[in-house]
Design a binder for this molecule. Structure first.
Ligand code: P1T
Length: 385
């Protein structure tokens, strides 16, 4: 993917500048945090710059939304209070009672929980299929399927779906393809450019990048869908506040340099873990023998900062590994500058226990941060010793 393929020039130029020019009045180079819940009108209905009430629209949030649309090479962006709030709005915008959705057999536990525990109560049905197999996804579709939902790479098994092939499958059945691009980020992969209809993010992760803000976003080129999402954003109100919008944008500006370092560090750790006798299997799309490597190499710039390992010593060895790291902090979430480690089966994916999405109990997930690689390697080495 050439840099100049991105709207507005190179990726970082877009990430740093899209959505905001220095303020006309003050010259402020950064968008102010417009801490205002309401906006004065010049006579009834006389809104200045389109703002009336901050649930409907806030100037700081509007800049974030324009910025996120630009970095995904999309036309429309909408910010949400969390990734789950964005997921909820997307599902409600696209599905009606009687409709069907295909979801991955490996996905964030919270996404599965929302569909399985909440949306099924409203007459939505779902089927599960592996994202690495477009034919299996096609076979899981029914005449009622309105959405094909994928993560690529998936959380937590790092499976890769071929976005172009999945878009063709979804469109052949008159369904839309939603790609949760949280793990890859638009720096590594731009799903709308590969045929997806919608990109969804937990901006809590790499986009925010500093583990200091929770947020979500939906980006699409589809004008009607965007209008439906905007209606729900205002109508249901799960919006990010202006301070959250500001922090997220502050993170986005350094996404490219952070991602390069996340990828560098992850590759080194993958190499080390691949030779360790305590490790049964390393799951990372950058490995030549990873089943999704070819698709990943085609659609991603690099292979990301997330990796998982299955330990030879089973669940106890996995829990031990999580307990023994010193720099890798035992915590849920991912994508921040600091390295995190977790046991998906007991933590982020506990809600998948007993389901088709259940994860192996010897699995440990690492979110490789941007600390010094030697320190991270030493930490992993001593924790597995
Ligand atoms: O946490 P929130 O901002 O609401 O985002 C939900 C979400 C959506 N999609 C993916 C791929 C995710 O990974 C997440 C959140 N995931 C974690 C908190 C985690 O540790 O995996």
């Amino acid at each position: 993917m050439a840099d100049n393929d991105f709207v507005g020039g190179g990726f970082s130029t877009t990430a740093i500048h899209a959505g905001w020019d220095p303020d006309g009045r003050t010259g402020a180079v950064n968008v102010p945090i417009y801490a205002s819940s309401t906006f004065a009108q010049d006579g009834v209905g006389g809104m200045r710059d389109g703002f009336e009430y901050a649930r409907t629209g806030n100037p700081t949030r509007r800049v974030l939304e324009a910025n996120l649309a630009a970095i995904e090479s999309g036309r429309y962006g909408r910010g949400f209070a969390s990734g789950m709030a964005a997921t909820d709005a997307m599902l409600r915008a696209a599905l009606r009672p009687g409709d069907h959705i295909v979801i991955p057999d490996d996905a964030y536990g919270g996404t599965y929980r929302l569909i399985d525990k909440v949306f099924t109560q409203w007459g939505i049905t779902y089927s599960v299929a592996p994202v690495i197999d477009p034919e299996a996804v096609a076979a899981a579709m029914t005449p009622q399927t309105k959405l094909v939902w994928v993560e690529t790479p998936t959380n937590p098994l790092l499976n890769v779906g071929d976005i172009e092939a999945l878009a063709a499958v979804a469109h052949a059945g008159d369904a839309k393809l939603v790609v949760d691009n949280t793990f890859a980020t638009p720096y590594l992969q731009q799903p709308l450019r590969q045929g997806a209809d919608v990109v969804l993010h937990s901006t809590t992760k790499y986009l925010g990048g500093h583990s200091d803000v929770v947020g979500g976003a939906i980006i699409t080129d589809d004008e009607q869908l965007d209008a439906d999402i905007a209606f729900l954003q205002n109508g249901a109100g799960a919006v990010p506040g202006p301070f959250d919008a500001y922090l997220t944008m502050r993170g986005v500006k350094t996404l490219a340099v952070r991602m390069e370092r996340h990828c560098d560090n992850a590759e080194k750790i993958v190499e080390f873990l691949g030779t360790h006798p305590g490790v049964e299997k390393v799951l990372y799309p950058g490995l030549a023998d990873h089943p999704g490597h070819e698709a990943a190499a085609r659609q991603m710039r690099r292979f990301g900062g997330m990796l998982s390992v299955q330990l030879a010593g089973g669940r106890d060895a996995a829990l031990d590994f999580c307990a023994r790291t010193k720099i890798f902090t035992l915590a849920e979430s991912l994508g921040g500058i600091e390295s995190l480690i977790e046991h998906p089966g007991a933590m982020t994916h506990a809600s998948t226990a007993g389901s088709q999405l259940e994860v192996p109990d010897n699995l440990v997930r690492l979110s490789v941060g941007i600390e010094d690689a030697e320190d991270l390697l030493e930490d992993v080495r001593q924790a597995l010793a």
